[in-house]
Design a protein around this ligand. Sequence first.
Ligand code: SF4
Ligand code: SF4
Ligand code: SF4
Length: 193
Amino acid sequence: MTAYAMSIDVDRCLGCQACIVACATENEVADDQYRLRLVTTVAGGFPDLSTEFRMEQCFHCADAPCLDVCPTGATYKTSDGIVTVDRAKCIGCKACMAACPYGMRFMSEDGWVDKCTFCEHRVSTGRVPACVETCPTSARAFGDLDDPLSDVRLALDAAGAPLVLNPSARTRPRVLYLNTGPDTELEPPEEAF
Ligand code: SF4
Ligand code: SF4
Ligand code: SF4
């Protein structure tokens, strides 16, 4: 079975935000809204400062709490592990926004809840997500965790153990961070990849 995931190599991320622009354009996100957010961490002391850039988006959790609370079935998971939203079924109750431990959902201007969809419309036709295609440093890799030759599997195998945000939430995120610095807030996942 296909199990889609994305890796983000933090050491390669420039913080250029090209992925944010590509995502907004590809998915027609409103001008003042974003499916991605940039987290900047400054470590060390003057003059030995270091800055780390890390992008966050919906983690397409394997055990996603946003799924269980949706009263209409608008939030659902595809057979290949993508957590997405059926706009036509969403009543804008915000239960999923409250359930997401990472704050990755937001209310669209049209009254339905929006978030990263792993660009399902592209992936279903054999393309990679817009943010992956656009990244100038190839910090992002996407693909099937169960395919030993997929881009994401190759990135994981090359970089070693990934880290995730807040594993104590027990959601089993499927956006995995690679090559993080020593001062990262990220932690090892509960499972092996
Ligand atoms: Fe749901 Fe939040 Fe996990 Fe995305 S990050 S699947 S919105 S719980
Ligand atoms: Fe489901 Fe929409 Fe309510 Fe979220 S806001 S729980 S997607 S109906
Ligand atoms: Fe945006 Fe698609 Fe990347 Fe998700 S996978 S952040 S929807 S460009």
